[in-house]
Design a protein around this ligand. Sequence first.
Ligand code: OOB
Length: 543
Amino acid sequence: MKPLSQIWPQDRAERYRALGYWQGETFPALLRARAAAHPDRTALVWRDQRISYLELNDQARRFGAGLLELGLTPGDRVLVQLGNTPDFFRAAFGLFAAGLIPVYALPAHRRLEIEHLLTRSEAVAMIIPDKADGFDYRQMADELAEAVPALAHIIVAGEAGPDHHAMIGIAADPASLTADPDPQSVAFSQISGGSTGLSKLIPRTHDDYIYSLRESARICGLGPRSVYMAVLPVAHNFTMSSPGTFGAFYAGSTVVLCPSPVPDAAFPLIAKEGVTITSLVPPLALLWIDAAQKMQPDLSSLEVLQVGGAKFLPESARRVRPVLGCTLQQVFGMAEGLVNYTRLDDIEEIIVTTQGRPISPDDEILVLDDDGKPVPEGMPGHLLTRGPYTISAYHDEPAANARSFEDGYYRTGDIVARQPSGHLIVQGRAGDHINRAGEKISAEEVEDHLLAHPAVFDAVVVSIPDAHLGERICAFIKPREGETPRALDIRKFMRTRQIAAFKIPDEIRLIDTFGTTAVGKISRRHLRQQLRAEVLADEAKTA
Ligand code: OOB
């Protein structure tokens, strides 16, 4: 089995340690220390459950010890596909305590995506809910167990079937837990949004991730009295570490898990629990702003609303303070590392018009033209970055690594303009992914699925600006001779492909030909640009 590793050149690693960024902290030690320092303080609130730091640490450690008893060995990978419930945290911190490595998937992922992650990570176990949002994860896991021989254990948070372990039954004396992991070793794997093909694994170390948490908690003003509400999926990097739930634990704050992002659920919970900070993607932020104008909820405890994952337009950003009565913080980050924040004391104009500046003075930022030369300040260019918490390779992806990394710099695929203050303004993407309400979707991956439909000769997928979602997925389809597939049927077909529902095109357009420049003669990227321009021109005409 290939180890999951992340290699920093020795000189940079030494520097990050010497500067005090990497302090040798690890996740199991972190939670243990908080549990010792303030055992009775509430770590997690979920529905009517309140779980103290002591309880969370104990439950996690007993689970971790139980996994070792089951036969897992430190370094093994375990896929975690859980939603916003306490079990996610028992699982993650249990795995950390046992030296096992979580690979985080999103609840929306389906068999095809999970199979890819299991195979790539060589995971020996997966932890899933029984059912959620009408989907039975156990059935999917059973199918996966057939397809992926290395998958030895299916662990169910909830009602387990005959071939599964119930998570609650996995518990052993934590005294059996071995020493804490090496702080420079990989703690877990996040997954990439990916502009080409399927998701890639992003190995993050204890040292690098905890540095980003510690600084994020400080920049966002978290402390013992802060209450962070998790609305977006907890497995996503934004909700996990910017400062997110893990940043909140770092600071000894309380985390409230919000069962649904809709204002009817979220607003009363903010008032009841005295939530001080939460994070949203732009479409949800807009929904909250509109709802708050109508509902006049009590949001007096809310100090900071973070918005990120996709571009928040200045006109919307300007409404946050007057309507919600709190400070907006824009967050522009990526699972690969770099995170930018507007600072809480930035002037309002900076807060509403920029996507923030990097966490670290040692986040190196390059803004380059197409030929790789730096552009003048304020001008748009390709963003490349390296620093103390940005990876320099995906796990086992030689081709993608050659494309995405250069001299330790990560080529983000984002087009940004850097202001004299160091704040970045995101202007778009160079790559071909669609950012649909913060979900990153590879055009290529969707095209591949469409091509599997018997009536489809060729397909080109593009992103179209959308007032609600930020961007929506538009698929151009050239049918086979004599075929006229209906959009409805294509959508139905896509639903059978065992992929996340957010990848199904919002709009499907049949097209006779892809123009004089047939596919093959010009790059697909160019073709996508052409087709996108056609839709925009159409929309401008009808506007
Ligand atoms: C976050 O992480 P990912 O890995 O899902 O997506 C990263 C990409 C960025 O490269 C950029 O294209 C886009 O998402 N993005 C934004 C943005 N925040 C992310 N584009 C414009 N404005 C923003 N504020 O999305 C993520 C990770 C950590 C913190 C926040 C977001």
